[in-house]
Design a protein around this ligand. Structure first.
Ligand code: F6R
Length: 607
């Protein structure tokens, strides 16, 4: 999940490389670097840490050149040191790599035995070294890259630059995304359209296994077998990619506060103009022909699947299996034509989710993707791709993508219930009415921010925090804990409220805050009993509920956060707001890097 960029330009490319890397920094920020072919030959500049460090290096020791490659790293093999930063150079070759070369050890040993000297601990350096070795054997750059690609196992997006060749760049992809950008007498490659959005809106996506030879005025794509192929050029909407923080201090708050409006957009896309029925513009899946749904994703997107399981089972009476993609893909689950598989991904590039998609393709009755990035690999490879319309999500921790994923799931559950005879027209209309009220309710939930800021001041002092929820609020407890961990670095766990007494209650003392998501629903009293069990052991409970719930159960709690009254169907979407804002304010209280938490990256294209 590193980010790569390459430019064959008409003027100095250094500033363009740096600004493209800024747009790619969400993919990793352990180190960054660029390589350029200038008047004096090839030059490389690298720095550990965020891009600002590379900018400082470039200011102290400027470089220029008409063609160059750049990289922002999320470390896999080797610590985030300067030696391990990309580009890696071997002889006349410089390479940037996103992915993992799984067989790098035997290749490295083979090349060391031939006398080649490695300078880093990375898997990526082997790409440059192997290519240099083939060049020394007399192969052309094109032939050397083709011969190298045949030796690699694993996933990669690569860009190669060659000393002495200032009108040549070679790119290749297998498993990791890569796109060619077309300019006027310039040519680019980048990890995604976002990277290229500063230079062009004309993009050609490489298919799995493709590699391409680029010159300023021409290019040729080859498939995995080396056959020349044509891949279509598409125009991307640059406006949709223009992102700034507005009046917010962080992208994270901007994205949290954007939710009422993007939620309205997402919902209206999937409802008839009179909001009387579900309408899927791409063509509705037929849930009556399936016996089971299998929902697969990673992280926050997986918790959206977890909420959806309750909806599909309760409203549409269809059995649902859920799994995280990294487990699903390797456990060889039986999948058949009467299963529909739904993959969920904000980026549409998550390696494990993509692999899960490829596993079920051809086995399942239908493969549906719920994605935010419409041109992503997962969107393109699914039978049916349903965009969530959240807009670009920049903050590494997901917020608005989660609630928009829930919006799409909710309309699918209503659709499935109708198709399976579990809901009549009136019932459909009534659930849609509830959904349509979500943006307004989210807006109200956001108004409880001052109480969340107060609570966060105390939460920031804790070493461990527990989250509890029941039914569809259980996944929200998991999501609240995940958000808190990744933003504030405080250890947190989410539990089903009834599960606490089966072990985790041993953790309770007056130093461990317990956050209870408890809207007044059919299970409210049971959750209150679980809260009592915590308080009886000295636990500090933060109750997140509506006015009725707070009136009934606030006694003895440490603090309360009041949510608007909402129907249990939509409560998991509305309660996402306190899950996100509590984490956000705890993190700002602690002074952590909210938009780019340590060790994380937005797009996880390695498994
Ligand atoms: C957490 C978070 C991650 C992602 C996960 C999947 O805040 O953002 O857990 O949800 O990495 O990413 P996508 O949705 O791009 O597949």
């Amino acid at each position: 999940m590193c980010g790569i960029i390459g430019i064959l330009g008409k003027s100095d490319t250094t500033p363009k490389l740096v600004s493209a890397l800024k747009r790619l920094e969400y993919r990793g920020y352990d180190s960054a670097g660029i390589a350029l072919i200038g008047a004096e030959g090839m030059d490389i500049r690298r720095a550990t840490g965020k891009l600002a460090e590379l900018e400082a290096v470039l200011e102290a020791a400027p470089v220029s050149g008409l063609c160059g490659i750049g990289h922002t790293r999320w470390a896999t093999h080797g610590a985030p040191t300067k030696a391990n930063a990309h580009p890696h150079r071997a002889g006349p070759v410089a390479v940037v790599h996103n992915g993992i070369i799984e067989n790098f050890r035997p290749l490295r040993e083979e090349l060391i035995a031939k006398g080649r000297v490695f300078l880093s601990e990375t898997d990526s350096e082997v790409v440059a070294q192997l290519c240099a070795d083939f060049l020394e054997q007399g192969l052309s750059p094109e032939a050397a890259v083709a011969a190298s690609l045949a030796r690699f196992e694993g996933a990669f997006a690569l860009a190669y630059l060659f000393e002495g060749e200032d009108d040549l760049m070679i790119a290749a992809r297998r498993g990791s995304p890569l796109a060619i950008g077309h300019g006027e007498g310039e040519m680019y490659i980048g990890s995604d359209a976002m990277a290229l959005s500063g230079v062009t809106d004309r993009i050609t996506y490489l298919d799995e296994g493709d590699w391409a030879v680029l010159h300023r005025n021409s290019y040729q794509v080859f498939d995995a077998l080396g056959n020349p192929v044509n891949r279509p050029e598409t125009k991307v909407n640059l406006e949709a990619m223009a992102v700034d923080k507005g009046n917010h201090r962080h992208f994270m708050t901007k994205e949290i506060f954007e939710q009422p409006s993007v939620m309205a957009l997402a919902l209206s896309r999937y409802l008839s103009p009179d909001h009387g029925a579900v309408h899927i513009p791409e063509g509705a899946p037929d849930f009556s022909r399936f016996d089971r749904l299998v929902l697969v994703a990673c992280g926050t997107a997986f918790y959206a699947c977890h909420v959806a399981k309750y909806w599909f089972e309760q409203i549409a009476r269809i059995p649902v299996e859920i799994d995280v993609a990294s487990e699903f893909r390797y456990r060889a689950p039986p999948i058949g034509p009467r299963d529909a598989v739904i993959l969920v991904s904000q980026s549409g590039e998550t390696a494990d989710t993509l692999a899960a998609l490829r596993y079920v393709k051809g086995k399942a009755g239908q493969v549906i993707a719920i994605i935010n990035a419409p041109e992503s690999s997962i969107a393109r490879e699914a039978d049916l791709a349903l965009p969530i319309k959240a807009g670009v999500e920049v903050s590494v921790a997901s917020s608005k993508a989660f609630t928009c994923q829930l919006a799409v799931f909710a309309v699918l559950a209503i659709l499935a219930a109708r198709q399976r005879g579990e809901l009549d027209e009136q019932g459909e209309k009534s659930l849609i009415d509830k959904l349509v009220s979500v943006p307004r309710l989210m807006d109200e939930a956001l108004k409880a921010e001052p109480a969340m800021i107060d609570a966060a001041r105390e939460l920031a002092k804790a070493r461990d925090i527990l989250f509890l929820g029941r039914g569809p609020l259980y996944p929200l407890a998991l999501e609240g804990a995940l958000k808190l961990k990744e933003l504030s670095y405080i250890h947190a766990e989410g539990y089903a409220s009834g599960e606490l007494k089966h072990g985790p209650i041993a953790l309770i003392d007056d130093l461990v805050p317990v956050i209870c998501f408890a809207p007044v629903d059919a299970l409210f009293d049971k959750t209150v009993s679980n809260m009592q069990e915590v308080m009886a052991r000295g636990g500090k409970v933060l109750l997140v509920s509506d006015a009725t719930g707070i009136k009934r159960a606030a006694d003895g709690t440490w603090a309360q956060i009041e949510m608007p009254n909402c129907d249990p169907f939509i409560a998991p979407i509305v309660y996402a707001i306190p899950a996100q804002l509590l984490a956000y304010h705890t993190a700002t209280e602690k002074g952590t890097d909210v938009d780019q938490p340590r060790n994380l990256a937005k797009s996880v294209t390695v498994e």
